[in-house]
Design a protein around this ligand. Structure first.
Ligand code: ATP
Ligand code: MG
Length: 386
């Protein structure tokens, strides 16, 4: 029986070169080691253009499934390693292809080891006849059932037929850090995942309004973040006391403007905290047109309080698409748990879909929100979810 020796990891969008490429690979290497720490008998080797995971008799399935969540990985192949010797390559290629089912095949070869005496085409021409002679398989170069790939490298030759897709994107950590607004709904955990997929580490900010909102919301956030720990092992959650600000808004503005003002306050807080925590951007789960506060006009008036770029990964996604992603990352069932959040409690009957900036500002002038904001920032509760 032919044996799989390694999982070969192919990198994602590696269009960058030089130092960026080095950072990409070394970050991905550490992320992979971390992701696989429960598998004790495994060795991760980083080489110039691939990372290899030495299987050492481990079952590959749980490892592949774990690796498929690691961002920055484009594809994974189960590889058999053999010597840089054409007779060995022929023999093992035949043994490997015999384990596959299908009617047609194609052999593809890549030779980065230029000291190997045959060029890629010659290797293909040497291997294919052996398969033709010893199996019922036929060649199909356009749409083969089985693609047998051979890569001749300095340290040996890798042969593989089995490839799995990876999560794509960038390794977590290469993209810096975002202050992510986490609400406990369906959208914001999905948005967090999409940020992570681009290599961005997140730190969360949540606005809590006890006693209007309950402690159960915090448990819910912890459960959500535990799911996201699969992609980022350690997530900081900043819980900002929001009750006084919210009450002041309701005392000073008509109901129809409350959501707009509330969200302007949220962004003011996120702006300040992002600077304090050295996050160059803010991110949120907003989606264009989804609710009154997410019309373009609302987004404009709300966004006016900050110069920090706000990234909204769900901006143009349909609710169904967002829900499908939340099921994929397993946050959906937690997100739909009934709960009261600061938005649902004070939901006005007719929120403004096209709020005016001058009006919003006029209502805000009626109370000293700056000191309320500073107060809230000085009373943040921090939880580390890992
Ligand atoms: P979600 O499903 O993420 O709760 P939503 O459709 O309910 O979103 P909104 O309540 O308008 O929409 O919130 C839009 C975005 O604002 C959220 O995705 C989140 O990023 C942020 N947000 C809303 N409420 C809070 C909160 N209490 N704490 C932190 N961020 C919040
Ligand atoms: Mg919400």
């Amino acid at each position: 029986m032919i044996k799989y020796d390694y999982i070969m990891v192919r990198f994602g969008e590696l269009s960058t070169k030089g130092k960026n490429k080095k950072d990409f690979i070394s970050t991905l290497y550490l992320n992979i080691k971390h992701a696989l720490k429960e598998f004790s008998d495994i060795k991760v080797e980083s080489r110039y253009d691939h990372i290899y995971i030495q299987l050492n008799d481990n079952d590959y399935e749980p490892i592949v499934s774990r690796l498929q969540d690691v961002s920055g990985i484009q594809g994974l192949s189960l590889v058999h390693k053999t010597e840089n010797d054409i007779e060995k390559i022929k023999e093992d290629s035949l043994a490997l292809i015999k384990t596959e089912t299908g009617k047609t095949f194609k052999v593809k070869c890549k030779r980065s080891n230029k000291r190997f005496p045959m060029i890629s085409d010659d290797i293909v021409r040497a291997v294919a006849p052996v398969i033709l002679r010893n199996t019922d398989l036929k060649v199909d170069v356009h749409n083969p059932d089985i693609l047998l790939q051979i890569e001749v490298r300095d340290e040996g030759t890798y042969i593989f037929t089995n490839t799995f897709s990876g999560a794509g994107g960038y390794p977590l950590g290469v993209g810096g850090k975002s202050m992510h607004m986490l609400s406990g709904g369906i959208d914001s955990p999905v948005a967090a995942y999409l940020m992570m997929k681009r290599g961005v580490t997140i730190e969360c900010i949540h606005f809590a309004s006890p006693p209007y909102t309950q402690e159960a919301v915090i448990y819910k956030l912890e459960d959500l973040l535990h799911k996201l720990n699969r992609y980022q092992a350690r997530i900081r959650l900043n819980i900002v006391p929001f009750t006084k600000i919210q009450e002041a808004i309701y005392d000073n503005a008509p109901e129809s403007y409350c959501i707009t003002l509330m969200r302007r306050m949220m962004y003011r807080l996120a702006d300040k905290l992002s600077k304090r925590r050295k996050c160059p951007v803010i991110s949120s789960g907003e989606s264009v047109g989804q609710v009154a506060s997410q019309t373009l006009q609302s987004i404009n008036v709300i966004n006016e309080v900050t110069n920090v770029p706000v990234i909204r990964p769900c901006a143009t996604m349909d609710k169904v698409e967002i829900i499908n992603l939340s099921k994929k990352i397993d946050t959906y069932e937690i997100s739909i748990r009934p709960y009261e959040d600061c938005c649902t409690i004070f939901t006005p009957k007719a929120p403004k879909t096209s709020p005016r900036l001058d009006e919003a500002k006029a209502f805000e002038e009626k109370f000293d929100y700056e000191s309320l904001i500073n107060d809230a920032l000085n009373n943040i509760e921090v939880k580390i979810i890992e």
